[in-house]
Design a binder for this molecule. Structure first.
Ligand SMILES: Nc1ncnc2c1ncn2[C@@H]1O[C@H](COP(=O)(O)OP(=O)(O)O)[C@@H](O)[C@H]1O
Ligand SMILES: N[C@@H](CCOP(=O)(O)O)C(=O)O
Length: 327
């Protein structure tokens, strides 16, 4: 559950007076997500999501997220739209937190992703990359290589409580990834940066929408691909499913072809993506705020994924024929 900040009914009813959303009929904290506080609102006008932005979100970044959703929706991506109040503003404050209401998206996120879901997310991710191409606002990725060291520093003293030897493992991997090998010349654009299965809705096998843009930023498009390889192409026993990876990468490539340089960089980018989620999960695991309704995610899932990527020789191990060799 992620409800870090409670909102009283009368406070919410007052807040809603700033919108044309009718009368509040009911609301409840949402039992999913780990980053922000989310409530499902039912008003006489329909269903909406109220988000109170929490610790990892910088207030200055909120206009980027809200404008991005509006831009992507305008360019054919089915994603929530920020709801503006009567004053024309979508962003305001509630219970001491920055807060916004967004439209409710129909669909279910897949609890057990199939090969068809992986293909759907590959196509959806590539379409999102194309749709973001002419988005005017920039936001650097705060959780790329230079953002990993502070996370490590925040957790390293207690890392071995989670698994003996984890601190030394992370230190060595961070040294490797920050030794000047991280790519700097791959195609960049707007990336989602957190396109996990709980952020992609499907109706049956068909992708119906993408949510949660609070990590979206400008970075290498292939880094988003690497994040999805991690999030979608492993089984619950942590084994890599090459059939899912192949379906995901091929579907992505049918909409936006990866360059040879992007393909060659994928194993490295996948290592970076794995340590990024390992580190944020580790920090969260060791620092659950007292009283918060949240179930922290297992950092060791990403330790195992990272170990897998360390053993990868080329994109062939992800089921992709390097460009030029495809029939
Ligand atoms: N626009 C939306 N439409 C429908 N459900 C949503 C929407 N936004 C969020 N949710 C629900 O809230 C949950 C948590 O939202 P999410 O944005 O992932 O949280 P967080 O901000 O913590 O990352 C989602 O898994 C989904 O169930
Ligand atoms: N996807 C991240 C956690 C943040 O995402 P949320 O959408 O579940 O809040 C992870 O799995 O570590």
């Amino acid at each position: 559950m992620a409800v870090y900040t409670d909102v009283a009914a009368d406070e919410l009813a007052d807040f809603l007076k700033q919108y044309d959303l009718g009368e509040l009929l009911s609301y409840k904290g949402i039992a999913e997500g780990v980053e922000n506080t989310n409530f499902l609102l039912h008003t006489s006008q329909g269903s909406f999501i109220l988000t109170l932005y929490e610790k990892r979100v910088a207030k200055n970044d909120l206009p980027f997220f809200l404008a991005l959703m509006a831009h992507l929706a305008e360019h054919g991506v089915n994603c929530p739209l920020p709801v503006k109040g009567r004053d024309g503003e979508a962003l305001r404050e509630l219970s001491g937190r920055p807060a916004a209401i967004i439209t409710f998206l129909e669909g279910m996120w897949p609890r057990k992703p199939t090969v068809a879901h992986c293909a759907g997310v590959g196509e959806g991710l590539a379409k999102m990359h194309l749709a973001g191409a002419n988005f005017g606002i920039k936001r650097p990725n705060a959780l790329s290589v230079s953002g990993w060291r502070p996370l490590f520093d925040a957790a390293s003293n207690r890392a071995d409580e989670v698994q003996p030897g984890l601190r030394a493992f992370l230190a060595a991997e961070l040294d490797h990834l920050s030794s000047g090998i991280w790519p700097t010349d791959l195609p960049e654009g707007v990336i989602h940066a957190d396109l996990f299965n709980d952020n992609v809705f499907f109706l049956g096998d068909k992708l119906s929408g993408i949510i949660d843009f609070t990590f979206a930023c400008n970075d290498m498009l292939a880094y988003d691909v690497a994040i999805c390889l991690n999030a979608w192409c492993f089984e619950p026993d942590h084994s890599f499913n090459v059939t899912k990876a192949q379906a995901f990468l091929n579907a992505y490539g049918r909409v936006r072809k990866l360059s040879e340089a992007e393909e060659a960089a994928l194993p490295l980018l996948a290592r970076g993506a794995a340590i990024r989620f390992l580190l944020t999960r580790l920090v969260d695991w060791l620092n659950v705020p007292p009283g918060a309704l949240v179930k922290p995610k297992d950092p060791l899932e990403y330790f195992r994924k990272l170990r897998f990527h360390q053993s990868v020789g080329s994109v062939r191990d992800y089921g992709l024929m390097p460009s030029g060799l495809v029939a």
